[in-house]
Design a protein around this ligand. Sequence first.
Ligand SMILES: [Fe+2]
Length: 250
Amino acid sequence: MAATGSASIAGDADADGRGGRGVVAGAADAESRGAADGAGLGSEARSGGAVGAGGALSTDALGRGVVELCMRILRRYALPDGVIEHSVKVAEVARFIAERLVERGEDVNLERVVAGALLHDVGKSPRHVRRGARNHAEASAEIVQAEGMPELAGIVARHILDSIISEEDYPRNWEEKVVFYADKIVTRRLVTVEERFMDLHERRADITDLLTASLPPTKALEAEIFAAAGLTWDDLASRFGGKWVVDRRS
Ligand SMILES: [Fe+2]
């Protein structure tokens, strides 16, 4: 049983046999809640519930305590603070976009977007022993499956650049598309797609060809999302500018 004084979500997970593999201290829970709430993913995400015809996640474990559960998993898998900070910010941006899509009548499951965004990089865990995963995205899919959240496997598996240039692995639905895109405009702050790719070009000479090939379809996906959500870059920049945007690009 997870040693936590908070919410029933740990109990729910335990009841389903998913929470038994690790013990999370109360202090870690408090820290996790603080990080999530600080990023605006607290009560709103918990009360938001699932939206759209896809309905709620099929497990109680991803009910209203989705944020706490995901944060607990990130801690249990020992993700570095920087990765957790990035993941929380990706989740906040992804939720903002997903909510705009919902307002425009699109079928988007907000819980899956938030949970998938929070866990998209969990496969970078130093504690996870891969069972055949070729990259951290597939490792993330292994983990969410092991944690009883197979609904998130596609979202986390298709968030990397390899997917956007693949017919087979291209993001299939709004949940997968929004998390992919949000990850491309968030480092530890909001950045443009161009800025993100430029940074990657500088740091990752080993994936130059992949970067070159994946920029156009990433921009095309951005255009698709903006059109469907009725969003512009300025909307994103003004929404997040007060909190952690440093640069505002046109
Ligand atoms: Fe990421």
